[in-house]
Design a protein around this ligand. Structure first.
Ligand SMILES: *Cc1c(COP(=O)(O)O)cnc(C)c1O
Length: 396
């Protein structure tokens, strides 16, 4: 019999009762070090006092009014995102896929209104992930996402990630935009060279295309900059955000320049729940913390130290990990020699929560408030878990 909760996830058999900082506690009181962060969502860890305060204070005022009226929180959060990015306008929604799809609509409308309706296609990259709606799986094209869900939406061409020659070669008279994640998350924590990102900007300028960055996972400080593309010193025309923005409260945002999104007039897009006062209060509080002087520098420093520790770890355990430790800031990945889910399960049994990714990678996505001591604790668990796994492998 089918489970009451539609079984679309292979869930681990553990349920959490509460969380505090980088720790989660299950119903038996067992403590876990949370380096999954609800898939890069709990950017400030669990029950951060500033977020609890912002949410509960707003809960006593007003929860939802719809977008038929002005929403104070939206105007404030949009203003802060604009002040700290390339963008000039922001659309609020509830999830990454919705934020991504808003960007797609902005791009199509932009070219339609510029008398180039034939330019509707977007080039995406293999290994990319943009959500689970039909449009976003049509864009990502990955077999495991799309099988059985056709016919897919037309208008997406795909090239390999990190290859500018392939990107150039894929451009036709119908191309409107290039969409990539500056650091691929679900694809296995793939960090391209900064010259790749700069090259994408150059190509878009040369061919009159819009550059669209999906920073749903890499944004809001995850890599040590507010947005991962800032490492390359370039800007996109459109960008989507979600995961870390709400610190655990569902919220998404699509940011764009006026040039790209000037076509979005009343009636062109909408969301009933998008940007409601609760979501905006929490997003505003997340930005309070992340934008505090020194916070992102701290993420960068602890992320770099984590990266060094992970490189050493991989060298100590060649039976379990292969290649180089991947990542940037607090967005890290380890490629496994054995099935990654086996490693994720063994780490969880030893009290460390991680997330699997494509390319047989284990993702390490600690909250941005993680300390050097907590990083050391994670490395310790990784070390003895890898030793156990290597020993089992040898016995077999
Ligand atoms: C998670 C993710 C999405 C989809 O977000 P949802 O909130 O699950 O819809 C889109 N793009 C990237 C890069 C992501 O990591």
């Amino acid at each position: 019999m089918i489970s009451g909760v539609m079984p679309t996830y292979a869930r681990a058999d553990v349920m959490f009762e509460r969380g505090e900082g980088v720790y989660l506690f299950d119903f038996s009181g067992r403590r876990y070090l949370d380096f999954a962060s609800g898939v890069a969502v709990n950017s400030l860890g669990h029950t951060h006092p500033r977020l609890v305060k912002a949410l509960t204070e707003q809960a006593g005022k007003v929860w939802h009014t719809s977008n038929l009226f002005r929403v104070a929180g939206q105007e404030k959060v949009a203003g802060r995102l604009i002040a700290n990015s390339f963008a000039e306008t922001v659309f609020f929604c509830n999830s990454g896929a919705e934020a991504w799809e808003c960007g797609l609509k902005v791009i199509r409308k932009h070219f339609y209104e510029s008398d180039q309706p034939e330019r509707y296609r977007m080039i995406t990259c293999a290994g990319g992930f943009h959500g689970r709606t039909l449009a976003s799986i049509s864009a990502a094209k990955q077999e495991k996402l799309v099988k059985g869900f056709g016919p897919l939406l037309d208008g997406f061409d795909q090239v390999s990630f990190g290859n500018l020659n392939e990107m150039r070669a894929a451009i036709t008279a119908e191309t409107a935009a290039i969409c990539v994640e500056p650091v691929q998350g679900e694809g296995g924590i793939c960090v391209p060279t900064l010259d790749y990102l700069r090259g994408l900007r150059q190509i878009c300028d040369e061919f009159g295309l819009l550059l669209y960055f999906d920073e749903v996972q890499s944004g809001i400080g995850r890599t040590g900059k507010l947005f991962a593309h800032q490492w390359a010193g370039i800007t996109p025309d459109v960008m989507c955000l979600a995961k870390g923005l709400g610190g655990g409260f569902p919220v998404g945002a699509c940011l764009a320049t006026e040039k790209a999104a000037g076509v979005m007039v009343p009636g062109t897009h909408g969301s009933t729940f998008g940007g409601n006062p609760l979501a905006m209060a929490v997003a505003d509080a997340v930005l309070d913390v992340v934008l505090e002087p020194g916070f992102l520098e701290g993420v960068e420093a602890v992320g770099e130290a984590f990266g060094r520790e992970l490189s050493a770890l991989v060298e100590r355990h060649p039976q379990v990990f292969e290649g180089e430790a991947r990542g940037l800031g607090l967005m890290r990945g380890l490629k496994c020699t054995m099935v990654n889910t086996q490693v994720v399960t063994a780490l969880r049994a030893n009290g460390l929560l991680t997330v699997g990714a494509s390319d047989n990678v284990v993702r390490l996505l600690p909250p941005l408030i993680v300390s050097h001591g907590e990083i050391a604790e994670a490395i310790n668990i990784l070390d003895h878990t890898a030793a156990e796994l290597a020993k089992e492998e040898t016995v077999l």
